[in-house]
Design a protein. Sequence first.
Length: 488
Amino acid sequence: MDQSKAPVLDALADYHAKHQTPFTPPGHKQGRGADPRVLAVLGDAVFRADVLATSGLDDRTSSQGVLEEAQALMAEAVGADHAFFSTCGSSLSVKSAMLSVAGPHEKLLVGRDAHKSVVSGLILSGIEPAWVDPQWDAERHLAHPPAPEAFEAAFADHPDARGALVTTPTPYGTCSDLAAIAEVCHRRDRPLIVDEAWGAHLPFHPGLPTWAMYAGADVCVTSVHKMGSGLEQSSVFHLQGDLVRPEVLRSREDLLGTTSPNVLMYAALDGWRRQMVEHGETLYDRALALAGETRDRVSRIDGVRVNDRDDFCGPGRAADMDPLQIVIDISAWEITGYRAADWLRAHHRINLHVTDHRRVSAQLTHADDADTAEALVAGLTDLSAHRAELRPARPVEVPPPSTLRLDQVMLPRDAFFGRTEQVPWEKADGRIAAEMLTPYPPGIPVVVPGERLNGDVLRYLRTGVRAGMVVPDAVDTEVTSVRVVRDE
């Protein structure tokens, strides 16, 4: 195919060139009805590009195949058989993938370090998770993706599982041995779903971790807005092989997705694919070089540890890591990542990526340059000089893996939709959770509905919130009380 084409962008330009007159949504009619105060902030171009996908970008029957051609170009660009654009984010895309593999009361092997969107999929679908434990680094209080051997053991325990789902890279940039996990699945004729939300850039440079499609995954979900040039909520899910049928995946997406997709997102996805095919390797040559220089400069700041392959990769840890995720351990400063991030935003207008009780991280992409890198280094250097002002760090009681990992005693769906009550956190020990409790970012639930709570996890969340952790999906975001299944 001609990868220099951008069908959505071309159709949008043609729409304006032909002076189409809409008597359809959206009601702002190319921005003519928008409040001038809104236009002053958003600009005219946003509204001019906001047209219907059908009876707008394409005709009533989509006879021009604009979106289909754009998706086919994307699939070819990344080595997939099919690609599907989503304007509802990878939170929807991963649910579509799950529903294509398993149904209500069927089992799916799922890495327990999955994003909350996966747990939402379990709740909505009634799928039974067979959890696969991550590889725990107890020293650094960090989970890396599950090992292939863990999936092998899980299939032995659950031979009726319909497939497997693994998250890689993690928000900390650590990666699974996907080829080995795919082999474990395919030996049983079971599909592998990869939540690769943080990996949309991986197909476009050999110096990055292995792309899921190249490793043999069956379905791969990417959030192009995270590491690519897509707009927020832009997602693409890719398919190859014959273990998941494309018409099934498409129908599951249609079940969950909007009937009013945003053409702005389609256009940005289309243009990003062309940009990566034509310039991706050069852009990531620069990005990787900049990341290396930035890592070196940050590592010279007194008291910080920039985590590298020696920290994150090896036996019992990750198989690979994305060097564009600069993860900085500041525990020697005796301050939390929460306070550090707040200070940098207040004093340097810098917004960091993942923050936790002992780390901050900065995400670099192909869009970064010497100026943004300098801002990061200068901000962290200044933070080092002022770190004493942020002490003492409020302690966070992080439990060992043995008690952090809770037992799943009810289906997530049954617990979430069952009869519930709100109880003080001190009285929730031993009760069955009826809600997700998710520090955000990175959005990995500490507690899943249907898991039996214990005192260690409850103290972790309470001390975490006191120290600055955000738990936005809790009914009580301060976690002074917890929603649990009502005892009958």
